[in-house]
Write a protein that binds this ligand. Structure first.
Ligand code: SF4
Length: 254
């Protein structure tokens, strides 16, 4: 079992491109689509062009990497947050560029969450997954977990992540937990947020504890533990008064 540490969610967020297509219930209230629509970045529709971010933005992770190396402390990067890294409609060259960037930043651990793990599985079928690339899936309900987890676990990565956010029903993780290294969970944000039942998070906590898998509870979202809509700030980040902030760490540098 991986060594564990208590952390904040991530140190940095990186978007190599913007734009996507909704594929499952977790996408219903996609904040990236709403933000992108407001700012006219990209349309979140099938066959709509994705927008690559500026070259200067692509330089940032190189700076984060140098800083992490100088500090002697690995940093975590989440991204993309405004796209899906394994969106089949993205230019293959962009994804290759992204993989090159991840390989060039060995002091960063990259968390790439996807709702398209079959595309990821095919992408890595003839490529080595760098140790510092942690692929993950969104599992907002049991059907999506059962659909996505087998593809995730077929990827030969050092760390496999399941993100139960926004959690829309109870999950039975048990049969997958031997291959899962980190579970992240949380409620939904935004004006149309759906509430999560606290028992769903308690169940995940119990399953992870029994299996020795680190779990990170990010936030309640708009609804608090009593399922009333109170706003993110008041809803907070504690489950039964406890901060669940465990995460795996790589035992040596990638
Ligand atoms: S996969 Fe992610 S970025 Fe794409 S539409 Fe769904 S929630 Fe939004």
């Amino acid at each position: 079992m991986a060594e564990q540490t208590k952390i904040e969610w991530v140190d940095h967020t990186f978007n190599p491109w913007i734009g996507c297509t909704r594929v499952s219930p977790a996408c219903d209230n996609c904040y990236a689509a709403a933000m992108s629509h407001r700012r006219k970045w990209a349309r979140f529709e099938p066959r709509a062009p994705r927008r690559r971010t500026a070259p200067g933005n692509w330089q940032q992770p190189l700076r984060w990497n140098r800083k992490a190396e100088a500090a002697g402390r690995r940093a975590k990067v989440f991204g993309p947050s405004l796209a899906d890294p394994f969106d089949a409609e993205v230019s293959p060259e962009w994804r290759e560029d992204y993989l090159r960037l991840i390989k060039a930043t060995p002091n960063l651990d990259w968390i790439l969450l996807t709702k398209r793990p079959l595309v990821a599985r095919k992408f890595f079928a003839n490529r080595k997954v760098p140790d510092n690339l942690w692929p993950g899936i969104t599992a907002e309900n049991q059907a999506m977990l059962d659909l996505r987890a087998p593809h995730l676990l077929a990827i030969a990565a050092r760390v496999h992540v399941v993100s139960a956010e926004p959690l829309l029903e109870a999950l039975e993780l048990d049969r997958y937990l031997p291959g899962i290294d980190w579970v992240i969970a949380g409620g939904e944000s935004g004006p149309r947020a759906r509430p999560s039942n606290p028992d769903w998070f308690r169940s995940l906590r119990a399953q992870c504890a029994a299996a020795g898998v680190p779990m990170f509870f990010k936030q309640w979202g708009e609804h608090g533990q009593d399922m009333r809509k109170v706003g993110r700030r008041l809803a907070g980040k504690l489950l039964d008064g406890e901060a669940l902030r465990d995460a795996p760490v790589l035992s040596s540098r990638a």
